[in-house]
Ligand binder design. Structure first.
Ligand code: SF4
Length: 476
């Protein structure tokens, strides 16, 4: 969780919907009447709680608005203070502060770290094993995950409406600088819980749709192959695919394997280049083959990313290169499909089914390509493009000025900004009030068991800037 430029990267919490889904995403926030009929309950011995309850009931009666249309903005948060009493995860936070966290909450980081090492990764994700030690975590604690989810469920029951309801983020995201295939939590006995579990719990608690995205896995990694097949089986059931806004596979020429192939080719090592190219192509053929049972699902999309075709951009990473890469993958996948319907019929039963899947993939991989922005590691890809370099230079100056003005005056435009919770409970504020949107740390932290541990986000340099509790109290 660093300064968040909002551009097109393959794994980007704020921009990780395919073009097709993006258009209609705001209509897809899950509408769940669950909380509206739940009886009000809480800690009857707390005076704060009792007066907050009285205020809530009276205000609701005055407003006459249905529970499902209410939000925290309808209430005086000073008077509502106390309604959160006894909910462990909110211990030490006022209702104003809880409203700040809940307002357009984008998600909760379950894992940090990604081994794909894509050349365009604007979050500059690195593999998990680089970062773990006794003071640092890269996975959320199982208890903290449940404390967060259960805490919101309790709060929502007390309020009678969903504190996490938002028009701005159509989904609740549990990954940023990580891949959903790697998502895992362990309970005390060491049992591992993957994306399917996390998504079920989050869907029930936040009443928002989840989001799945993978850039693939090493095909010989038995654990991840089995996990991928489990995830595909999960999404094959309509009741589960209905719990996500999108099931996505990221495909691009920037993956470390293909980047290595390009670099070796540039050095004249054609044999080495061919080897790494095949490794990436075979990896993606296996990913698409594994996802075959859900390719025809309308929720399935490919996140196709490249640079524009231009002599100023490096060879190998442009749109034409991505199209060529897609052709290689699709040709091999077609052969695999032919073998399948002529033999075991594991996923493909007929030539017609094969053609339908290949046609959708062809469309998604070539027609839905988005250009990447020059952020994070991608900045390096534009180093010979004078026009983009000038844009980066200007944008940095403007961004720094806007960030300074923003943090001094704190004009928090809550309507179009996001918050984000890290796995140690720290809350970040993702502003879109400036032309150079940023993620800033805040003084707020949820009461997690791992609140004293650091994460990779703590290492980011924010120039000492932080949103204080006093600033937050001022805007509500
Ligand atoms: S390195 Fe990982 S997080 Fe970054 S763009 Fe690639 S797949 Fe996404």
């Amino acid at each position: 969780m660093k300064i968040y430029p909002v551009q097109n990267s393959s794994c980007n919490r704020r921009n990780n919907l395919s073009n097709a889904v993006d258009k209609n995403s705001r209509n897809l926030i899950v509408s769940n009447p669950l909380v509206s009929n739940v009886a009000f309950w809480g800690n009857p011995s707390s005076t704060d709680f009792q007066s907050a309850k009285r205020y809530l009931d009276e205000t609701k009666a005055k407003l006459g608005i249905a529970n499902e249309d209410l939000s925290l903005k309808n209430f005086d948060l000073e008077k509502l203070n106390g309604i959160q009493k006894g909910i462990k995860v909110f211990d030490g936070l006022s209702m104003k502060q809880i409203a700040f966290v809940s307002n357009n909450l984008l998600g909760l980081s379950v894992n940090h770290g990604c081994s794909s090492m894509c050349a365009h990764c604007y979050l500059e994700a690195v593999p998990q094993y680089f970062k773990e030690d006794s003071n640092m975590i890269n996975k959320i604690d199982f208890e903290d995950f449940h404390s967060f989810m259960g805490g919101y469920e309790k709060l929502n029951k007390r309020l009678g409406f969903n504190a996490l309801k938002t028009e701005l983020s159509p989904y609740f995201c549990m990954f940023g600088d990580s891949d959903c295939i790697d998502m895992e939590m362990k309970d005390k006995s060491g049992k591992i819980y993957d994306f399917t579990y996390a998504n079920d719990v989050a869907y029930k608690s936040t009443q928002r749709l989840g989001l799945f995205d993978t850039a693939g896995w090493y095909p010989k990694n038995k654990k991840l192959q089995e996990r991928a097949e489990k995830i595909v089986k999960y999404f094959s059931e309509e009741k589960n695919s209905n719990k996500v806004i999108q099931i996505a596979v990221s495909f691009n020429p920037f993956h470390a394997l293909n980047e290595r192939s390009i670099n070796l080719k540039n050095k004249g090592d054609f044999e080495g280049s061919k080897k790494f190219r095949e490794l990436y192509v075979d990896r993606m053929v296996n990913v698409f083959y594994t996802f075959t049972p859900v390719i025809e699902n309308e929720k399935f999309h490919c996140m196709s990313r490249s640079m524009l075709d231009s002599p100023n951009n490096p060879d190998g990473f442009q749109k034409k290169d991505l199209e060529q890469l897609a052709d290689e993958v699709l040709a091999k996948l077609e052969k695999k499909y032919e073998e399948d319907y002529s033999g075991d019929k594991k996923y493909i039963k007929t030539p017609e089914q094969a053609q339908r899947c290949l046609s959708k993939l062809n469309n998604e991989l070539k027609l839905q390509i988005r250009e990447i922005g020059p952020e994070g590691r991608a900045e390096n890809l534009y180093k010979n493009n004078a026009e983009v370099q000038e844009f980066i230079r200007k944008n940095k100056i403007e961004g720094e000025e806007e960030l300074r003005a923003f943090s001094e005056n704190l004009v928090l435009k809550l309507e179009d900004s996001f918050s984000d919770v890290d796995m140690n409970g720290k809350v970040y504020f993702l502003s879109s009030c400036a032309s150079h949107p940023v993620a800033l740390p805040t003084e707020l932290q949820l009461n997690f068991k791992n609140k004293h541990k650091k994460t990779i986000s703590d290492e980011a340099d924010f120039g000492g800037k932080k949103i204080t509790k006093e600033m937050i109290d001022r805007v509500f």
